[in-house]
Design a protein around this ligand. Structure first.
Ligand code: G3I
Length: 300
């Protein structure tokens, strides 16, 4: 196959990109998007600050532009993200305790209901675990509403959109480490108690290498009975093309790794300014990393 999406589809997987509504008028960008990718994630447009700028008042204009572009072309949509301690709107940043809890759960219900039936997978909760060696939760106003806030969010999302796969998503979880093990223990607990969780997202913002146990880490989560997805892949450094191939092969080697999303299209679209971590250069040309990923997908 000659495109990323078609090559991934040979094994039933998707290949997606994070996109920005504000770039949908850029023909170079849109031509690459429509040619290469069969899944999209809104880079910012479905987040809390974007969708509920004031309490109880919802704005889906830009999220819907992305969703409509995808639906018109048969692309899957990854919803990102219902709850995250960052990019909370100002009004929610000033809440705490039971008031924040009910506002957060209402947010999950409203947004998941708006997009009901359109979302392949939702990042229900993003980045709730701490970096470092504790293996525990990150301190945040959401966490201080009670340790059960994550399961409350997943239950609300399931009730609102029973057809969407519900994911937990995080970074620095690329190998077997204290943070990924903390998440692993949460997923195992959720599965044992019937809390609805279907998938775990591994953001995979990488710098020139990937841990040797990356595939084993994906596999141990899959063995808990959830899908795994590579959700925000970008890789900087001189070994970029090789690392992209290694990550791609790791996903292909794990039966429950259902898809890969890169966090942007061209290097000039990336949040990692100056690091050129994506598959297309600023002019929209395919890079060596692109060929490396395409060949890995076609070899499967
Ligand atoms: O839209 C405003 C614009 O009106 C304003 O003039 C401008 C001035 O700074 O800011 C614009 O908003 C920016 C927004 O991106 C859209 O470009 C925000 O400042 C900026 O903070 C925001 O950054 C995003 C970041 O999440 C926020 O934390 C990045 O684009 C986005 O790539 C990044 O994505 C995250 C994932 O959601 C979660 N995982 C990590 C990943 C990388 O940080």
């Amino acid at each position: 196959e000659t495109t990323l999406g078609a090559a991934a589809a040979q094994s039933g997987r998707y290949f997606g990109a994070a996109i920005a509504a504000g770039r949908l008028g850029d023909s170079t960008y849109v031509n690459i998007l429509n040619r290469e990718f069969n899944s999209v994630t809104a880079e910012n447009e479905m987040k809390w600050d974007a969708t509920e700028p004031s309490r109880g008042s919802f704005n889906y204009t830009n999220g819907d532009r992305i969703a409509n572009h995808a639906i018109a072309r048969g692309m899957k949509i990854r919803g990102h993200a219902l709850l995250w301690h960052a990019q909370m709107p100002g009004w929610a940043q000033s809440l705490s305790g039971s008031t924040l809890r009910s506002a957060a759960i209402n947010h999950v219900t409203q947004v998941a209901t708006h997009y009901r039936g359109k979302i392949h997978s939702w990042d229900v909760v993003n980045e709730a675990f701490a970096d470092g060696t504790s293996g525990g939760r990150r301190d945040s106003s959401l966490q201080r509403t009670g340790n059960d806030w994550i399961e409350a969010a997943f239950r609300a999302a399931r009730a609102a959109d029973p057809g969407a796969k519900l994911c937990y998503n995080d970074y620095n979880t690329d190998g077997i480490n204290a943070k990924s093990t903390g998440i692993y223990n949460m997923v195992r607990d959720f599965k044992s108690r019937g809390v609805p969780i279907d998938c775990v997202g591994f953001q995979s913002h990488l710098t020139n290498s990937v841990p040797g146990d990356y595939q084993a880490n994906l596999q141990r989560f899959a063995d808990l009975g959830v899908d795994v997805q590579i959700t925000e892949l970008d890789i900087s450094g001189s070994n970029q093309a090789n690392v992209y191939a290694t990550v791609t092969r790791a996903c292909l080697n794990v039966a429950r790794c259902t898809g890969i999303t890169v966090w942007g299209i061209r290097d000039s679209d990336s949040w990692r300014t100056g690091q050129n971590p994506l598959l297309f250069d600023a002019a929209g040309n395919k890079k060596a990393a692109y060929t490396s990923v395409l060949n890995a997908l076609n070899a499967a």
